[in-house]
Write a protein that binds this ligand. Structure first.
Ligand code: KMH
Ligand code: ZN
Length: 269
């Protein structure tokens, strides 16, 4: 399964004009990524000034547009930006996505802190279950694997029963984006985990991609995580990152999952 994270909350539209920040740009990019082999989209939205927002009206509109124009699994970020309050991040579930991200602990995030106290994780987890939204557990550090195990042991399985995790590696302050760290993370996963994916930030993008494919995992790519296609060669759009991941996967005899494969994998209705 290839997930595309096309926008994120950190990259500046002024510096990266190809970053999809309007609904029209996001839908066009989503369609291109689906055609290139993506089956899930991890979505952050922006306001009219291209600043990150968790505006519920826009989130509803975004989910509806992606559902009508693509068959991608729609995952809304509940991480938002490091400046978003916890209650606004919880409210993202009101937009009724297929899936939501759920980060399993606080982590240094460059010079900022990405806050995810355990009670917030628990509240988000229970609310996702009530709303029949499949969580994707984001693991930025090895300690997050332990927090995931604590969450599952205490609260039981998520809605649908699939426990899908994504290692987000190479954030300044989190675990490094190396194959050694990925192997350590995969080996530490609790037995309830049914599938795992990985993404590497910045220049760790390719080693993590290749390592995840070789280890039997799923992958995430996109401009939220990586803006350079190669040294001195900026990304021209998310589609080419998906296309490269799909080609590498196919060469390794692991052709990309279709959107219906992804729905089965995540036990979506
Ligand atoms: N933007 C980061 C602070 C998520 O989407 O759930 C958090 C993030 C994780 O991107
Ligand atoms: Zn995100």
């Amino acid at each position: 399964m290839i997930t595309v994270a096309p926008t994120g909350a950190e990259v500046s539209k002024d510096e990266w004009p190809v970053l999809p920040t309007t609904l029209e740009e996001l839908v066009a990019e989503a369609r291109a990524c689906e055609a290139a082999g993506a089956s899930m989209i991890h979505v952050h939205i922006r306001d009219d000034d291209a600043r990150p927002t968790l505006d519920l009206g826009r989130l509803h509109e975004t989910v509806a547009a992606l559902r009508s124009e693509t068959s991608l699994v729609v995952q809304l970020s509940t991480g938002g930006s490091v400046h978003d309050p916890l209650d606004a991040r919880l409210a993202v579930l009101d937009a009724a996505p297929d899936s939501c991200s759920l980060t399993c602990g606080t982590v240094n995030f460059g010079d900022d802190v990405f806050l995810n106290p355990f009670p917030f994780m628990a509240q988000l987890y229970e609310r996702a279950r009530e709303r029949e939204v499949v969580p994707e557990f984001e693991l930025f550090d090895l300690g997050h694997v332990a927090a995931l195990e604590r969450l599952l042991d205490r609260f039981g399985p998520p809605w649908g029963g699939a426990v899908h995790v994504d290692f987000v590696m190479g954030v300044p302050g989190g675990m490094p984006g190396t194959v050694a760290a990925l192997v350590a993370g995969v080996q530490a996963l609790p037995p309830q985990v049914t599938s795992w994916s990985a993404t590497g930030i910045g220049r760790t993008h390719l080693p993590v991609l290749a390592g995840a494919l070789a280890l039997g995992g799923h992958v995430r790519v996109g401009m939220e995580d990586n803006l350079m296609y190669a040294p001195k060669r900026p990304v021209t759009g998310n589609g080419e990152l998906v296309a490269r991941a799909a080609a590498l996967a196919a060469q390794l005899q692991r052709p990309p999952a279709t959107t219906s494969d992804a729905r089965s994998l995540l036990h979506l209705a």
